[in-house]
Design a protein around this ligand. Sequence first.
Ligand code: NDP
Length: 315
Amino acid sequence: RKGTVIITGASSGLGLATAKSLAESGKWHVIMACRDFLKAERAAKSSGMTKENYSVMHLDLSSLDSVRQFVANFKQSGQSLDVLVCNAAVYLPTAKEPTYTADGFELSVGTNHLGHFLLARLLLDDLKQSDYPSKRLIIVGSITGNTNTLAGNVPPKANLGDMRGLAGGLNGLNSSTMIDGGDFDGAKAYKDSKVCNMLMMQEFHRRYHEETGITFASLYPGCIATTGLFREHIPLFRLLFPPFQKYITKGYVSEEESGKRLAQVVSDPSLTKSGVYWSWNNKSASFENELSEEASDVSKARKVWEISEKLVGLA
Ligand code: NDP
């Protein structure tokens, strides 16, 4: 049978390119979990995906109610779940003031980490029950976890500190909007959220891999300098960033190539190892990359997990 894969944020960039690559293989039914139904439909059509290979379901990760509703709708559909890809993200590098999710969490960490954390937890049982030969939960990471690269060291650097802001709910009322309790910084909030993503992948692995056989993985797909992720950035940055990545850092990848990489992590029979953070060398070969000290800190992972459970109402 065809595998069923849910991809969050499949309406543009990496998520769309991955959806296209998997749909074209003929081996997957792709569920595009998107906040903007029409945009997702149009994106699927214009990228040439055919109707029998995908469906669009509404999911707004910046609302815990919407996450719960999505999961209820999916369960009701009676489909099995073979792979879940947590891909969607917002990046607000020029925001002067914080904005918030429906539940009052700072938007970047609330969407990229907390929304996905609840989604993955609620769908874990479905993955567990799948009889697919290799079931996987993939959480897209970023370079901010690589200490072995230049880009991973550009300030403001990710730092979760003692997590007092996260414990307080990131609401800017009785707690800071930043995980470490500091002043709001949109670029840092994004990086912190990606560190949470990578920590959660490893914590899932430690808690559930042996028992369930699910492969948990993260990846850095390369710098896809042309995606909508940079839509909030200043125009000069958007103009110069792609050539800078192409010719100076040489980390640039096209959306198509990045989609092929993530599609490999979804379906390649050789990428079944769990707990791995995949990256690709400049010949586009995958390898197991090292994570930064913070992004692989076992006690921090446990703490993020426990605080997040409380924030999303699982504990
Ligand atoms: P895009 O902005 O193109 O795609 C992000 C997707 O997330 C969009 O489909 C967007 O929906 C969706 N999204 C945003 N907010 C929500 C929400 N509240 N609910 C549901 N969906 C939402 O960026 P990329 O493709 O570049 O990013 C995809 C992933 O790749 C992210 O996890 C990012 O961190 C990671 N990444 C990207 C890199 C890059 O260089 N671009 C490098 C490393 C990692 P909509 O279309 O409606 O806006």
